[in-house]
Design a protein. Structure first.
Length: 179
């Protein structure tokens, strides 16, 4: 994969992908962004698009979570592979440390290229007409239904790294959860 410069929001979406697949669940949060550890939905699958494809013929990448074997199965273009959830979780932690410390609004992160290759190089920014870049199918443990939700990373502060630093200071230095 070519190491392209991306903005902090685009890198954050890749972090969300890595961390969500590594956790296998999506946690809820309260109004103060405190993680509610007993309130979560198991992730069934995540679908994104493969990078480098024409807009009129996108190639989907489907990541299927298997909590029993602690693996993620990747399906794209008729090919199937798998990766362990623990490898994704470890990569998410390292990647977060990198992107939260890089200066500037846009930067390169060549360290993540091997993992992105394993993940079939997902697109982090789709067309601006799309409301979500990541499509997650969740199992609602209360109703038993599976629901698809869309996700797009946004930051309401001018400096994403300042936002991350404040979050870490408030929450004891741990990695942010996804809510």
């Amino acid at each position: 994969m070519t190491d392209l410069s991306k903005n902090a929001g685009e890198w954050s979406e890749l972090y969300v992908l890595l961390n969500t697949l590594g956790e296998g669940v999506l946690y809820s949060a309260d109004g103060e962004l405190n993680k509610l550890p007993n309130n979560f939905c198991p992730v069934i699958s995540i679908t994104m698009q493969k990078a480098g494809q024409a807009n009129d013929s996108p190639v989907p990448i489907k990541y299927i979570v298997d909590p029993a074997s602690k693996t993620i199965t990747l399906e794209s273009g008729g090919e199937t592979s798998s990766i362990s959830m623990s490898e994704l979780k470890a990569s998410a932690g390292s990647f977060f440390a990198i992107i939260s410390s890089r200066p500037g609004r846009a930067f390169q992160v060549p360290e993540i290229s091997p993992m992105l290759d394993k993940l079939k190089n997902p697109v982090v920014k789709q067309s601006s007409s799309k409301k979500a870049d990541i499509h997650i199918v969740l199992h609602d443990v209360m109703t038993g239904f599976e629901n698809e939700v869309g996700f797009r990373a946004t930051c309401k502060t001018p400096q994403t790294s300042d936002f991350i630093a404040r979050y870490l200071a408030k929450n004891g230095g741990g990695r942010p959860f996804l809510a």
